[in-house]
Design a protein around this ligand. Structure first.
Ligand SMILES: [Zn+2]
Length: 218
């Protein structure tokens, strides 16, 4: 890891950090059994659920931006705590997220639904918007928790795009209910993405009037 690892500080729910009854569990790399223990840097989960089999197969590569194990554990616990506040009377699908900033703060969030369905917001974006509104936009990692037992919770496309707005080289920890997880970079979750740099390219582009547009495969 190229970056220093500042101590984590809670932003929002300090009392919840480290006091969760949720016991950390990880999937044994060889046998598939679960056992209590410290959070691994990268859990090599072996569950072969259909929808997440690609994630499982990719679980061996550790992105350079992943956190130290103790920080991973704390971030995941924060996301688990945040899930308790989820307002999801329509989907009954509670999700929690915990976002780690570059200076070691954790902002948590949950999904918040609405009777006008389209106004609902995901836990990931709640956490990101909270951080932004407090003046933080340098992110190192986000952890996501749900009650899914056989699948790693995965951010929706909208949340991936919002994550990407603030860089592509930071970590997304996706968990199962037992605490096992896979970690990917934002770049891996949203390849060939569109971001602020692309808008800047347009502004810097030299106008070429009269040039015909011809479809060309590159
Ligand atoms: Zn989402």
């Amino acid at each position: 890891m190229g970056r220093s690892s500042p101590g984590l500080q809670a932003a929002g729910h300090p009392a919840s950090l480290g006091t969760s009854a949720w016991a950390w569990r990880r999937t044994h790399p060889r046998g598939g059994a679960t056992f209590p223990g410290p959070a691994p840097a990268l859990c090599q989960a072996r569950s072969r659920s259909r929808s997440n089999s690609r994630l499982d197969n990719m679980a061996h590569d550790r992105p350079s931006c992943t956190l130290e194990p103790e920080h991973v554990q704390r971030l995941l616990l924060s996301s688990r705590e945040a899930k308790k506040s989820a307002y999801c009377p329509y989907s009954h699908f509670p999700v929690g997220a915990a976002l780690l900033t570059g200076n070691g703060l954790i902002f948590s969030g949950c999904n918040v639904e609405n009777a006008c369905y389209s106004l609902g917001i995901c836990a990931e974006r709640t956490a990101i918007h909270k951080a932004i509104s407090e003046g933080h936009k340098d992110f190192r990692a986000i952890a996501i928790s749900s009650d899914l037992q056989d699948d790693f919770i995965s951010p929706c496309g909208a949340c991936r795009q919002v994550m990407r707005e603030f860089g592509t080289d930071w970590a997304v920890y996706m968990t199962k209910a037992d605490g096992s997880y896979v970690v990917r970079t934002v770049q891996e979750l949203l390849p060939a993405s569109f971001g602020p740099e692309d808008l800047q390219k347009m502004a810097e582009q030299v106008p070429q009037p009269g040039r015909a547009w011809v479809p060309t495969r590159v």
